[in-house]
Structure formats: structure tokens, C-alpha cells
Design a protein around this ligand. Structure first.
Ligand SMILES: Cc1ncc(C[n+]2csc(CCOP(=O)(O)OP(=O)(O)O)c2C)c(N)n1
Length: 606
């Protein structure tokens, strides 16, 4: 796997890579990393994440089969296998995902639990004594047991039962011994994370009947054995599939084109057809409402664009309402409306699994609960997957819900994830442009933070076009004649507030410029000249307005600037009262701006 997409016909990991295990540049890194070697289907390492991702892969396989398979043409006919450890069984994300997999009856999914009873601190009895098998039975999985990890016949039998089981995922409990064959380390935590050591390695090799002194030994005949076995079988299967797909292309050319575009992460022609443009409107539209309209257009134009919410669809406005959108359920695996249930973490991982299978999935919840999905979002970025998370209620717009529901540090925290595009559009047209941008991403995930409350739709005949969103920040309104002495910078829900303050300042003869900055990440990627044109270095009087943690804003406002932001958690009250309490009103912003200008022009103390 590389940025040109899977390339076949060359070795993925060399023996030398394995010799250089965990060394810089080795293709055998500490944990399996997608993008680094072909054959690694997902990055794992944070326990539970891999198995949760496998549920997304299983959902995707069924969705793909449902849309593209035709009688005699089983184009998508694979199963998904995941091997998991005790740690995976303890992690909540695995339980969330297993619960949904059971609900959806994903009979294409098989988890094999390496039940060796050992984790880092010792025996799992230290902290883990539940009956895991019963738990999975309760999730409505088919639970099988193989009492000895070395019993290949029993393993084969269990896998055969899996392949024959319909309507339920399969969970195989495989009893095993960590460090098997190492006489002093077997069944101990030392076998988990430390090298066995020279002597113990020798003894382990002896117990296998392996040459004791040889290192990185590939015995005579192994390559031939592989070539004649897995190699030949794999080659034949691939050829068979390629022939089938060629025949499929003859019969179903449109669908074949879709499959190929999807594999390359390209969009179909006309993907942006009917994207709305919203007329100026002082009352405006909520970011979530604009988003809902755009999602419904995109999901119609892009056949493999689908998703849903963690039980907040009506609030996130993510429900796909067009005819034929359908529900994605066990009995209708080809639907487009997903219901993740209240399982944000699993949602993040499932979206990753779907994206790894080349669909364009989205997940949704309140922005505050992005925290619950964050580990999976981080992995989307690490894997360079074009996933999309739609987070609504971007600030204090949910007023009465109070501080538990009001995001403060979430923006700063997501902005800190390398490679993640975090976008907080400031009006309905910026929301459209945000989607237009992110849906074209092929190797980056994106997060949208959208308002709950209506935001004025800015008059674009008066202000700069919303297409500036694609550059991360743009001059929305400038000082008359240019040459500003003050810059107001805002994003999302506070954009119209900054515009009002700007108008007031200009009316008072202050040369103010209003900059809309929906995405730090995109702005950082612009050439220096562009960034300097938007934020001229010589203008040091800068005020950022954002209903969120002020953390990080120094980079744009400099040492002399001020942030109208949040320094505490929010509070439970109607939005208007909160705006007043926390200083998010035009007059308050104007006051801060004037103070700043005054201090900048005050004579220096002697
Ligand atoms: C989310 C997460 N928490 C903690 C760790 C650190 N960690 C790595 S391995 C491990 C123990 C895993 O035990 P098990 O799954 O039984 O693996 P085994 O000992 O069989 O190799 C822990 C706690 C991690 N990788 N991911």
C-alpha cells in the first residue's frame, strides 16, 4: 500500500526489515501500520481499536455486496477475520462494536480471541474475571471454543463452522500460552514485552526442535512450500476474480466504473451537482441545517457515500431523507442511514473500517462527544483515511444543556492532531464550501464543527465569497481602501459576531479587517505570501473571537493580540444570557478591539 494505492508484485516486507524490527525505516514497525506495507489492512496498537475497525469492514463488505454483486457475479465475497488479545476484550470500544455487530447479524465477521490469560501486569485474574464467552452469547454472537491453540484441526473446524453460520458473527475462544515453548517465560508477563534473552531463546528453539544457533533462519524448501501453497492458491483466486470482474465490466459497465473510482478514492462525475447556495438572510440558518441539506445532496450524487449518527440524527440533522436512502440494518445491509447507537468510540472505529474498505462514510454526534471518538479519529489521521465526522452544537448553542454539553477544549485538541482537517464553518455557505472541500480529500480525515443555532447567512455580494473556506482563512471584509490597522479573526458561530463588531468599528472610523478562519490546518498549508496577505505581519493589533479554549491562538494574534474566548467551562442558561456573561456580544468585542488599539498607540513608558 502506498499513496498510489495497492501495488502488487513486489515483496512487502523483506527479511532485512524483520532484522531491523522497530528501527527507523523498517517495514516491521512496533505495531502494524496501514500505509506502510501491503497486507496490513489497518493500523492497530491501541487495544480494541482493530477489532472495532473490523466491524466497519464487515458492514462495508455487506454494503458493497448488496450494491454490486449480481447473480453469478459475487464481486464482493470476502469475510473479515480479527485476532484479538485479552486487552482487546477488556477495552470498552470492543464491547461497543461487538454489540452493534451482533445487532446487525454480521455473519461475515469472525473474531479469534487469543485467550492466554496474560497481560502486562500479570495474570488477567488481577482485573478481569468475567465470563467473556457468555458476554458474546448475550451480544448474539455464535461462540465457539478451541481448547488448544496448537490444535490445527480444531481451529480449521471452528473456522468451517464460522463460514457456515448465518445471521450471527462468530467468536472463537482460543486457549493459548504466551511464550509457548520458552521453559522459564511461558505463561508469564515477561513473555509479552521483553526479548526472551539469548539463553531462553536457545531453549525455546530446542523445545521446537529448531537449530539453536541459527538466526532469522528460513529453512530449505520454505519458499517453495509457500509458492506451491498460499502463493499458488492466492494467484489462482486473484486471476479468477480478475476474470470475473472483466466479465462483470462487460455486463455492468456503470457499476464497474463506480467500483474502480471508489478504489482510487475518486468521486463520480457530477458529485457536486445541486449543491445549494444560500441567499443572504440576517436570520439565517443553523450550520447543522445547512449540513443536512448538503449531506442529502452528496449522498445522492455519490453512491458510496453513507453514514449516520450515534443516536442524535434528528439533532445532528444527518438523516438522509431522499427516496431510496433506506436504513442500514441486518436485513437491509445496503441502506444508507446508519444507526451507530450511543457508541461514539465504536462509531469512530467503524467509520475507519468502512473507509479502509473504500466507502465514504460519515459519523455524527455532538461536538462535545468527539472526545468519546477521539482515539479512532487519531487513527484516521495516522492512517490518512478520508473519513468525515459531523459534529454539531459547536459551542454554547445548546445553552440550557450546560457545561457538560458545551465544548471548550475540543477544537484545540482536534486542531492538534497532525493531518486532521478541522473545519468550523461560519454560515450556511461556508458549510457548503467546507463539504465541497472535504469530500474531495483522498488521504486526510475531516471533522466539521457546526452550529446548533441559526447563524446569519452573510451577503456575499457585500462580503468575500465563501469559497475562501478552502484556504482555511480569508479576508471576509476589509477596511475601506484596505490598509487595516486592526484584524478581527473568527470562526463558526462567532463569525457573524465578528462581522457586526467590524461594521461598528468601521462606522467609527477604525480601519478594521474581518477574517473568517474556519480551519487552522488548511490555512497552515497555504503559501507564506497568502498567509501574509490575510494577516499582514505589520498589523499586530489582532483580536480572535471564538467560543472555545483560547489555547493556541497566540500563533495568529501574536504577543500583542487578544482573544475573546473561554477560560472556564460554560454554564446552563439560555444562549443569550451565556453570550452576555462570557462577553460574546458585538459591544464587548468592540471594547476589546479599542483597548488593544489604544495600548498599541500609547507612548511607551520611560
Ligand atoms: C488502549 C491501550 N491501552 C494500553 C496499551 C498498552 N498495552 C500494550 S499490550 C498490553 C497488554 C495486552 O495484553 P494481551 O492483549 O493479553 O496481549 P498479550 O499479552 O497476549 O500479548 C497493554 C496494556 C495499549 N497498547 N493500548
Amino acid at each position: 500500500m502506498d499513496s498510489d494505492y495497492e501495488r502488487l508484485g513486489r515483496p512487502s516486507v523483506s527479511l532485512d526489515d524483520i532484522r531491523r524490527f522497530r528501527q527507523l525505516g523498517s517495514k516491521a514497525p512496533g505495531h502494524p501500520e496501514y500505509h506502510w506495507v501491503s497486507g496490513v489492512e489497518t493500523t492497530t496498537g491501541p487495544l480494541g481499536q482493530g477489532v472495532a475497525t473490523s466491524v466497519g469492514m464487515a458492514i462495508a463488505q455487506k454494503w458493497l455486496a448488496s450494491r454490486y454483486n449480481k447473480p453469478g457475479y459475487e464481486i464482493f465475497d470476502y469475510n473479515i477475520y480479527a485476532v484479538c488479545g485479552d486487552g482487546c476484550m477488556m477495552e470498552g470500544v470492543a464491547s461497543e462494536a461487538a454489540s452493534l455487530a451482533g445487532h446487525l447479524g454480521l455473519d461475515n465477521l469472525c473474531w479469534v480471541w487469543d485467550n492466554n490469560h496474560i497481560t502486562i501486569e500479570g495474570d488477567t485474574r488481577l482485573a478481569f474475571t468475567e465470563d467473556v464467552a457468555s458476554r458474546f452469547l448475550a451480544y448474539d454472537w455464535n461462540v465457539l471454543r478451541v481448547g488448544d491453540a496448537n490444535d490445527c484441526d480444531r481451529i480449521e473446524h471452528a473456522l468451517t463452522v464460522f463460514r457456515k453460520t448465518k445471521g450471527r458473527p462468530t467468536f472463537i475462544v482460543l486457549d493459548s500460552h504466551i511464550g509457548y515453548g520458552a521453559p522459564h517465560k511461558q505463561d508469564t508477563p515477561e513473555a509479552h514485552g521483553e526479548p526472551l534473552g539469548e539463553e531462553e531463546t536457545r531453549l525455546a528453539k530446542r523445545s521446537y526442535g529448531w537449530p539453536e544457533d541459527a538466526k532469522f533462519l528460513v529453512p530449505e524448501g520454505i519458499y517453495d512450500h509457500f509458492k506451491a501453497g498460499i502463493g499458488r492458491r492466492g494467484g489462482e483466486r486473484r486471476e479468477q476474480w480478475t476474470r470475473l470482474f472483466e466479465a462483470y465490466r462487460q455486463q455492468f459497465s456503470e457499476l464497474a466504473l463506480e467500483i474502480e473510482a471508489m478504489q482510487r478514492r475518486e468521486l463520480p462525475a457530477g458529485w457536486d451537482r445541486n449543491l445549494p447556495t444560500f441567499p443572504a438572510d440576517p436570520k439565517g440558518l443553523a450550520g447543522r441545517d445547512a449540513s443536512g441539506k448538503v449531506l442529502n445532496v452528496l449522498a445522492q450524487n455519490i453512491p458510496w457515500f453513507l453514514g449516520g449518527s450515534a443516536d442524535l440524527g434528528p439533532s445532528n440533522k444527518t438523516t438522509l431523507t431522499f427516496e431510496g436512502a433506506g436504513q442500514l440494518q441486518g436485513t437491509s445491509p445496503g441502506g444508507k442511514n446508519m444507526h451507530f447507537g450511543i457508541r461514539e468510540h465504536a462509531m469512530g472505529a467503524i467509520v475507519n473500517g468502512m473507509s479502509l474498505s473504500k466507502l465514504r462514510p460519515f459519523g455524527a454526534t455532538f461536538f462535545i462527544f468527539s472526545d468519546y471518538a477521539r482515539p479512532a479519529i487519531r487513527l484516521s489521521a495516522l492512517m490518512e483515511l478520508p473519513t468525515l465526522l459531523v459534529f454539531t452544537h459547536d459551542a454554547m448553542g445548546d445553552g440550557e444543556d450546560g457545561p457538560t454539553h458545551q465544548p471548550i477544549e475540543q477544537l484545540a485538541s482536534l486542531r492538534a492532531i497532525p493531518g486532521l482537517v478541522t473545519l468550523r464553518p461560519g454560515d450556511a455557505n461556508e458549510a457548503v464550501e467546507a463539504y465541497r472541500y472535504v469530500v474531495q480529500l483522498r488521504h486526510k480525515p475531516a471533522v466539521l464543527a457546526l452550529s446548533r443555532q441559526p447563524l446569519p447567512t452573510l451577503d456575499r455580494s457585500r462580503y468575500a465569497p465563501a469559497s475562501g473556506v478552502a484556504r482555511g482563512a480569508y479576508v471576509l471584509a476589509d477596511a475601506p481602501g484596505g490598509n487595516p490597522e486592526l484584524i478581527l479573526i473568527a470562526s463558526g458561530s462567532e463569525l457573524s459576531l465578528a462581522v457586526e463588531a467590524h461594521e461598528q468599528l468601521v462606522a467609527e472610523g477604525i480601519r478594521s479587517r474581518a477574517v473568517s478562519m474556519p480551519s487552522w490546518d488548511l490555512f497552515e498549508h497555504q503559501p507564506q505570501e497568502y498567509r501574509d496577505a490575510v494577516l499582514p505581519p505589520k498589523v499586530t493589533a489582532r483580536v480572535a473571537v471564538e467560543q472555545a479554549s483560547t489555547f493556541g491562538w497566540e500563533r495568529y494574534i501574536g504577543a500583542a493580540g487578544r482573544v475573546v474566548g473561554m477560560h472556564t467551562f460554560g454554564a446552563s442558561a439560555p444562549l443569550k444570557a451565556l453570550q452576555e456573561k462570557f462577553g460574546f456580544e458585538p459591544d464587548a468585542v468592540v471594547t476589546v478591539a479599542k483597548e488593544l488599539l489604544k495600548s498599541a498607540t500609547a507612548p511607551a513608558c520611560r
